[in-house]
Design a protein around this ligand. Structure first.
Ligand code: PLP
Length: 428
């Protein structure tokens, strides 16, 4: 028996996740099917927590709900004592539904409407501001007792071009000058607690980058503390911790990152006027990314100038390959021991030529009826899926202790029109 990862094992040529046979899951629940291993999420969270908290005791993880917003998964994270990073009122609603307390939720929206700000204020969550004009709008609505700013430090980094979230071309964050003005205004308006936040990119596999951004945010915090005369309750260095999607990529050395950042915090906060803030991170991908596989059935293989393997999961199910040209490892779940290789394109059933899940990929020879397992689909997998081409969204399963539970039913065709209203004149 060999294994792909601890939770993905080969038993007699069949892929198992968390000890559960994936072929049996596919026949029980149908495909496409997202299957998540609960233990893997716990392991990822706990190792991350241990790596940082060992060196800096006031450490807090806010799981990024956008990565995977299934309530069952949010509950796993809440039970681990995670906080929640929410990008919109709907994510705040979900986090609360999953049991997160208001004080453990941070709301980082962008270009927020007044009703959205009002909802956040009423919900008593911590609001992280992405534009100075939003602070004015917030003060028009009410008096927050906490304010944080998302700062764009002028640079960023990302696993793909679309995942670089800082720098001159980024729509996110405020300038340091605007942050200073915003904190001054907040102080004048009797705001008592402050935070500082930076999120400059996602899917980053460069260990040293996290030290760079930590130094930068501490520089900015010192400057603001000195000029505005405030202390910070927390400093949030964002998410962005990458995972290896491609076997050629090296995983992050999370223990080294945690040690470097923890030590940096201790050293730089000693004798500084920033206060003794909590160190906060808000990872999504690192916590849930590799916990999930997407099972999909091969329905048709076409040989033209290339070989196209047509499966029932496309860009509607997993958008990342079409959106970023992202790479996801694929295994033939029912035939792991085969040695015959073939180079193919794996495609979905959507009427777009960008609906390619894997391009020119060398895989074991695939037959119609096989079940493919697409790896690392726990983050931005289901949460980015759509009903495009009138395809109902996939089901989701959680495996734990050798058992499986349905955590989201497969959508039905009736879900495609349940919110649609037909004007009377068109009903005949
Ligand atoms: N925080 C913010 C503000 C984000 O926009 C994102 C992702 O885009 C995250 C956290 C989570 O990022 P990641 O999944 O790379 O950790």
């Amino acid at each position: 028996m060999w294994k792909i990862q601890d939770h993905l094992t080969n038993k007699n040529g069949v892929l198992h996740i968390g000890g559960v046979n994936t072929i049996k899951l596919a026949s029980k629940y149908g495909t496409p099917l997202f299957v998540t291993d609960e233990k893997r999420i716990q392991k990822n969270y706990n190792s991350l927590y241990a790596a940082f908290s060992k060196y800096y005791d006031k450490f807090q993880i806010n799981y990024a709900v956008k990565a995977n917003n299934n309530l069952a998964i949010l509950r796993i994270l809440r039970k681990l004592n995670s906080g929640a990073d929410c990008s919109c009122p709907e994510e705040i609603f979900l986090a609360k539904k999953a049991g997160f307390s208001s004080s453990s939720i941070m709301y980082t929206g962008n270009y927020n409407s007044k009703p959205e700000l009002e909802f956040a204020l009423k919900s008593k969550v911590n609001i992280n501001i992405d534009n100075l004009s939003l602070l004015h709008n917030l003060f028009d609505i009410g008096k927050p007792n906490f304010i944080s700013f998302r700062v764009n430090p002028g640079f960023g980094k990302g696993g793909y071009r679309g995942l670089t979230l800082g720098g001159s071309k980024s729509k996110f964050g405020v300038s340091i000058r605007d942050a200073k003005n915003g904190f001054k205004l907040s102080k004048e308006n009797n705001v008592k607690r402050f935070g500082l936040h930076m999120m400059t990119g996602s899917a980053i596999l460069d260990n040293s980058y996290f030290k760079t951004i930590t130094n930068k945010i501490l520089d900015i915090a010192e400057d603001i503390s000195e000029t505005v005369g405030i202390k910070f309750d927390f400093i949030n260095i964002g998410g962005g911790l990458g995972i290896p999607y491609n076997p050629n990529q090296k995983p992050l050395n999370i223990n080294k990152i945690g040690m470097e950042i923890g030590k940096l915090f201790n050293r730089r906060l000693n004798n500084s006027n920033i206060g003794k803030p909590s160190l906060m991170i808000e990872p999504g991908r690192y916590v849930v990314g590799d916990s999930t596989i997407l099972l999909s059935r091969v329905h048709s293989i076409k040989k033209t100038m290339k070989t196209f393997v047509g499966i029932d999961a496309g860009m509607n199910t997993l958008l990342r390959p079409a959106l970023y040209d992202a790479y996801h490892q694929i295994y033939v779940a029912n035939n792991l021991n085969s040695r015959t290789m073939e180079t193919v394109d794996v495609c979905g059933q959507v009427c777009e030529n960008t609906d390619i899940v894997a391009k020119n990929r060398k895989l074991v020879k695939i037959r119609e009826g096989d079940t493919l397992a697409i790896l690392n689909t726990g983050a931005y997998g289901f949460s980015m899926s759509s009903q495009y081409n009138s395809r109902p969204r996939a089901a989701e399963i959680l495996v734990s202790g050798g058992k499986s539970d349905l955590i989201r039913e497969r959508e039905k065709v009736t879900d495609l029109f349940k919110l649609v209203k037909i004007p009377k004149r068109l009903r005949k």
